[in-house]
Ligand binder design. Sequence first.
Ligand SMILES: [Zn+2]
Length: 639
Amino acid sequence: MDSLDYSKLKLKVGLEIHQQLDTKSKLFCSCPTSLVEESGKEFERSLRPTRSETGEVDIAALFEWRKGRRYRYQAPEGHYCMVEADEEPPHEMNREAVAIVASIALALNSNLVDEVHTMRKIVIDGSNTSGFQRTAIIALNGYINVNGKEHGIETIALEEDAARKVSEEGRSIIYKLDRLGIPLIEIATSPDIASPKEARDVALAIGRLLRLTGRVKRGLGTIRQDLNISIEGGAKTEVKGVQKLDLIEKIVQFEVERQVNLLKIKDELSKRNIKKEELDSIEAQDLTEIFINTKSKVIKSKINSGKKVIGARLPGLKGILGIEIMPNRRFGKEIADYVRFWSGVEGFFHSDELPRYGITIDEMEKVYSKLNADRDKDAFVIISDDYEKCLKALRIIINRIKMAFEGVPEETRSANEDGTTKYMRPRPGKERMYPETDIPPLYIGDAILKEAEKIKPEPLEVKMRKLVEKYGLSRELAEKTINDVNLGFIEELLDKYGDKVQPTLIASIFVNIIRGLKSKGVNIDLLSEKKIEEIVRLLYEKKISKEAIEDLLIKACEKPEYSVQDIVNMIGIGTISIEEARSIVRDIVKNNRDLIVSKGMRSINILMGKAMSRLRGKIDGKTVSELVNNEVKKILNNV
Ligand SMILES: [Zn+2]
């Protein structure tokens, strides 16, 4: 889908931005707010049954489904206490965190509440030992001006971060407690964002404002955004936990596409005059016999381990499951996500995607016959698992298809790396909050306001001037630096190393080199601040040349277990000037004159190999290639 008219579709996007605060201690205890490698001792908790409240069917259903889950918690020494272990009530709310949030709230033109009341929000995934997250509203009704448009800031809250997931295997999930309780600011905008680009720009502006306080955590995972997206006639979809700003535009665009296409499916179903109720009479048939000698590896291995193959006719639905609703995601895949979540069955096959995956036309014919299906009108599904699980999966499939008659179901989704999203769980109704009786209300008085005044985010222009005047960055580079998520870190490096390493180079490492690597597909998430600083330090000590930076960064991403010094030793990076490199290339070219004369420009590959074997790691390959080209041309011109 190339162009969508977002205003015609009445797109509405609201953001919820969660950012960890850089406080000395956690929100409700005095544990530090840093993450650690070690896992410490482990203990287990089972999820507590929650009060069964009316109207909370979704949550109740989720609890039901999650009942068999086991949660283990890693408790690293010094990074948890009785509060995180839920063996002691939370202590008083961290005033430093309140002051930081108040300062941000004021910068966002919001009204501070007089008294802060802590509430409990139910958590269903075990990421909090107590079974709920504590949250407190600090300010209301603000706004931010972005590119001349005023965007509402509905609420600003202070909450505790959840434990971080270490691993998930089957029904057993392991969390680590170091992150649990780190203060988070949660900023919720009004749903007044009207295009994907606007969503990105508002997120960028708020993120920048947060960083300009200098009091928020840095690095991947310290800022997470939830996006609420809807179009007219569609439904509110919540995309959870987006960590990368660059993805926001795509996520919104793809979600709009998805909703548009689901609405098209709705129209198509009504055009076909299919009655939703007809689907209730769909029956499962045992198809195991048909697939006894199948070439489909998936089905074969299921049958070999004693599972069944069942199928069902989907009357009148030919073509529907095959409709692409997002890039590379058919409606069938969307249903499969529901099946996986609600039944635990890994997936199913549907006629719109067959013959494929080893399932032959011949087998399809047998299925059509056995199911009494009309090849021109009907679709079918094939599920393989324990018989009971298959039946459950089929019910989920039918239920999801029935939802398609209404259009877009409200749901919570998670983002994939490419900006597409997948079903995560249903959207719980309006979240229920309970007062946290263990924590007394906190009055926002003069002391906190005074503290907030000191933390005020530095105005953009002031920061700009500083980067331009103090470090000599161009305005363009300064602007990119300010918008970079690593702003605070870049400044730290400028202060520490800027006297001997060109400040322009330091900033470029982030806004040009690392971003360039990212667009080339290098996994830059594996770059820690520590590694980048090691590289800058080697530059500072004149142990490497700037030409080596890119190679070092790439290797650091490829071999995250190696230190930068290890990499330097391993690939023999040293300082080499372009003049030295040229003289080496000249030598090689001179010694291979005959080859060049006989092969002409085709000799380049061989010469490049020879040159790289001597220069690899010392200077970048592109420069070597230019040098080789130039020198070879010189020879050829003089032949
Ligand atoms: Zn603690």
